[in-house]
Design a protein around this ligand. Structure first.
Ligand SMILES: Cc1ncc(COP(=O)(O)O)c(C=O)c1O
Length: 395
């Protein structure tokens, strides 16, 4: 064999039987082959297991899918290149012209865009409700045959808690599928509820380090099987190297999440006592209007702490610019703490009444608490709150 040929067919190295790597290898390959054409054809007919083309499946992405399904308490999963990819592909795979979808004012802005703008172009109608108005949900389900009810809990950014039992019960009774974006709560929560389909952004807590994007759809096998070929055709596959990084991130998921939640709880308490703060939105605080529901539904209260500054937009600007440890950046769930202001979160598609329901005020701030020392974060927040409060008092 000439060297030019050899470099394209390097010597194979196979592990001997009984010899295993502790970390599964990254199958960084697009193609897989079978030994014969007959085996290839059998695989393509679905009669022989294996892998053929990474857009359809790959051992590394499959390992991540099996792990996530188990963490969320379901049997199967499909992973995608981003969280929004998981949401978009789920919506496209599960709806057809003439269907009706229910979503909420408090739903993540890009999800609302997908339902209100993209699905509408394909003849799918929607109704936008408040996550707190279960009576309106019941009325809407009675008035319109509905394919999907798409919701989140806690909601972004003001951490409203959806009543998961009531919501999924109403959807199921009306013959609609419930889809829950469980990104804010993580993979270990809400699995015991009758949610039909969970979607997640793996970009957040799964990776944890803010260096890789991914998404997941987790459900019972018949729903995943119904979506699988559309997902393959839509092509938003997760790369095996990204899957490897996410699998690596998941090894520390539970310890990271617990430490970040503990820090978030301390920070929420401290914010609530500061004179520059009008209101703190953290489901772990007894003052949160749905604290009891959160305590019933969740094992912990998350790492997102939002609050409203008394001084409005100008105080928010001074606050954000004074912070040193919190990066002014999108996303959440990473090891580094992040801050976003109302201007970065407001839903520009919402009318005045819907803006009121969304509860984002000019002084609303969302913090994503990372893994820094809590005392350092508290010191940084105290300086920024003093800057926000002091100058607004002079105005
Ligand atoms: C609740 C929620 N769902 C989905 C996404 C989208 O995830 P990705 O950024 O991985 O597309 C985000 C991102 O911020 C989110 O907050």
């Amino acid at each position: 064999m000439k060297k030019t040929t050899r470099v394209n067919h390097p010597p194979p190295v196979e592990l001997p039987p009984g010899n295993h790597p502790l970390v599964a290898p990254i199958y960084q390959t697009v193609k897989f082959e079978f030994d014969t054409l007959a085996q290839t054809e059998a695989h393509l007919r679905g009669e022989r297991p294996g892998f053929f083309y990474t857009r359809a499946s790959n051992p590394t992405t499959r390992q991540l899918e099996l792990l996530l399904a188990e963490l969320q308490g379901r049997e199967d999963c499909l992973v995608t290149a981003s969280g929004v990819g998981a949401i978009a592909q789920t919506l496209l795979a599960l709806t057809k012209q003439g269907d009706h979808v229910i979503c909420f004012v408090e739903t993540y802005n890009p999800t609302r865009y997908l339902i209100r703008r993209l699905l509408r172009r394909f003849g799918v109608s929607h109704t936008l409700l408040s996550i707190e108005d279960l009576a309106a949900l019941e009325r809407t389900l009675a008035a319109h045959p509905t394919r999907l009810v798409f919701f989140e809990s806690p909601t972004n950014p003001v951490t409203k808690i959806a009543d998961v039992t009531a919501l999924t019960g109403l959807a199921r009774a009306a013959g609609a599928l419930s889809v829950m974006d469980n990104t804010f709560a993580g993979f270990h929560q809400h699995g015991g509820f009758a949610v039909d389909i969970f979607v997640h952004s793996l970009t957040k807590y799964a990776s944890g380090c803010g260096d890789v994007m991914g998404g997941a759809v987790i459900a019972r096998p018949e729903l995943i099987d119904a979506m699988r070929s559309d997902f393959g055709a839509l092509g938003g596959t997760l790369d095996p190297h990204a899957a490897f990084l996410i699998l690596r991130g998941l090894k520390t998921y539970f310890v990271r999440y617990a430490a970040q939640c503990a820090s978030a709880a301390r920070i929420a308490q401290r914010l609530a006592a500061h004179p520059a703060v009008a209101r703190v939105h953290y489901p772990g605080l007894p003052t949160h209007p749905q604290h009891a529901l959160a305590a019933k539904q969740m094992q912990d209260f998350g790492t997102i702490v939002s609050f409203d500054l008394k001084g409005g937009a100008s105080a928010a600007r001074r606050f954000a610019d004074t912070l040193e440890l919190f990066a002014l950046a999108a996303s959440l769930g990473s090891t580094e703490s992040l801050v976003v202001t109302a201007q970065m979160m407001v839903g520009r598609d919402l009318d005045a009444d819907q803006q009121r329901i969304s509860a984002i005020t000019a002084g609303t701030i969302r913090l994503s608490i990372g893994l820094e020392e809590t005392d350092d974060l508290l010191g940084d927040l105290a300086r920024a709150l003093d800057a926000a409060g002091a100058e607004s008092a002079q105005i």
